[in-house]
Write a new protein. Structure first.
Length: 132
């Protein structure tokens, strides 16, 4: 056998062995990565503590006031009806026309001027222009 042919044969065998070994190593590395990336499920056996109903009610009274509210049936859609009932329970503060909890005296003077301005003339002019 000639030296050149023998050299090519050895190169081919070495190349095949390296290819085989690399494939095997890559496969094990991929498996290790999959094992590391798998989410682990941990079950908690701790018991959740129930909040007493009196505490829930007292907090609701502090926030919403002590008014008794009876839910109304606004629509046949239960999700919309629940939302409307929650909205109806809230403090709309219609008497003052201000945002809840912000007294006019606490606002800066320019803001007070805008809040207290009479917008009737402006609205009449807008309506008049729309009706042309």
């Amino acid at each position: 056998m000639k030296a050149k042919t023998f050299e090519n044969l050895i190169r081919k065998v070495v190349r095949e062995e390296i290819d085989y070994a690399l494939r095997r190593e890559i496969k094990t590395l991929k498996e290790d990565l999959r094992d590391e990336l798998k989410p682990t499920v941990i079950e908690h056996t701790q018991r959740q503590v129930e909040v007493p109903k009196t505490t829930k009610n007292s907090l609701r009274e502090k926030i919403m006031g002590k008014q008794a509210f009876t839910p109304q049936n606004f629509t046949s859609n239960s999700a919309l009806n629940d939302l409307l009932n929650e909205t109806a329970q809230g403090d709309t503060n219609l008497e003052t026309g201000n945002a809840p909890g912000v007294p006019v005296e606490a606002m800066p003077a320019p803001v007070q001027k805008v809040v207290n301005r009479d917008y009737r003339e402006l609205m009449q002019a807008i309506n008049k222009k729309k009706n042309r």
